[in-house]
Design a protein around this ligand. Sequence first.
Ligand code: NG6
Ligand code: CA
Length: 495
Amino acid sequence: MLGLLPLAASAQTQKPNIIWLMADDLGYGDISCYGATRIQTPAIDNVARSGLRFTDMHACASTSTPSRYGILTGEYPFLHPGTDVAAGNAGTIIYPSQFTLADAMKSAGYRTGAFGKWHLGLGSKTGQQDWNKQLDVALDSLGFDYSYIMAATSDRVPCVFIEQGHVANYDPSAPIEVSYRQNFEGEPTGQSNPELLTKLRPSHGHDMSIVNGISRIGYMKGGGSALWRDEDIADSITAHALRWMGEGSKDAPFFMYLCTNDIHVPRMPHERFRGKSPMGLRGEAIFSLDETVGAITHALDSLGIRENTLLIITSDNGPVLDDGYQDNATELAGSHNPSGPFRGGKYSAFEAGSVVPFIVSWPGHVKAGESSALVSQVDAMSTLAHIAGVTLPENAAPSSMNMADTWLGQSSQSRPYAVKMAANHTLVLRKDNWKYISPSNGGPMIPWGPKIETGYLSTPQLFDITKSSYEETSVASQHPDVVTDCQQIINQLKK
Ligand code: NG6
Ligand code: CA
């Protein structure tokens, strides 16, 4: 049997391929290797069995744009302007002058590819993109050799894939126009033409342009044959990822940033999953995600590169049931708790907003098991750069630490602390056995639709997480020194 190779020796001889496979809005409790019983995720569980399953991984935020910003730049999103949930016509949020995770991998001799959900802006100026031409800022400016992406989310226009900075399968007979201010004359919307909503109806918001029988956020016109069919999004992303993976030379390693659309709303996975889960479309979307993972591992096996590939599976933020479409996710969840043992969900300052599944697999290098070390996705850049054998430029990845020993299971060392941001910018800190939530304004529940507890309070909150991972009773008044300490760390970071 192959023994575990020490990192230094192995990295010198052969750099591993690295796949960062990230689901959207997948909760800690949504997959069977993290305790779900009402749904089975055999492909993800397989990876978990061969690798290290973390129980205390923190995303940088409880929504997508800031969370992803932290991964790709190694900088806390609250330190950078404009990292709120981005519109589909947002200009680039990461500046081309910034050194990104993809730049780091490229400098290590890697081929770099991005697939699926992007949601970090495209083009140099918000609202000024000409979607019928090559975008002036696309992922090649951010270190990716190849990209096949969705500009934002599947509930936001434009509903087309962007390949190498240009609309994929562009249809010249149907020029594309996008606006987040007003509709285009004569175009139906979910609000004015609900009879055209043949596939899904909104429960809140999402009542603007209609594409594929589903209304979205924002207005778009045109697209023609380039418009996606939601049922095919997962297959399309996976097919492009697999093709790119197989095209590479055997010598150059690759870095693949693979972000699924599953299980974000609108949940409309392929018809082959229909009726397969008692949890309806949300369960089917989890199956679709699992199938993507299976397709990737199968391809790694077929190419004979599984043992030389570091495969990471994670999520960008916590789970949500009703996120704006009438897909019956709430009604059909039954005993399934997508938040697992944690309180809150997507958007929330409570733990379920940002504690996410995190599985690291690299057969022969990462010993299978479980790690309860406190870890953060903001460390992706320093950690993966280290594994790839590159030194980052001085000002790159300012919030990121090299945690390779912990991520690869050679140590159980925790990060000194993890900071994350809730939807209303409330900053949250986890440190030792403490969880701290900064005081903020905002009611106890998300105000616009999802039935999720925010965790916001006008006074500081402190929880002893050894007592219960479910944040029940604040002990802030009993531990004023800890509260001060946590607040000071946050203040220091903000400087
Ligand atoms: C919210 C959307 C929600 C989702 C979220 C972003 C409404 C009413 N809700 O504004 O559906 O798109 O933004 O999710 O529009 S994320 O996972 O990409 O951060
Ligand atoms: Ca998300």
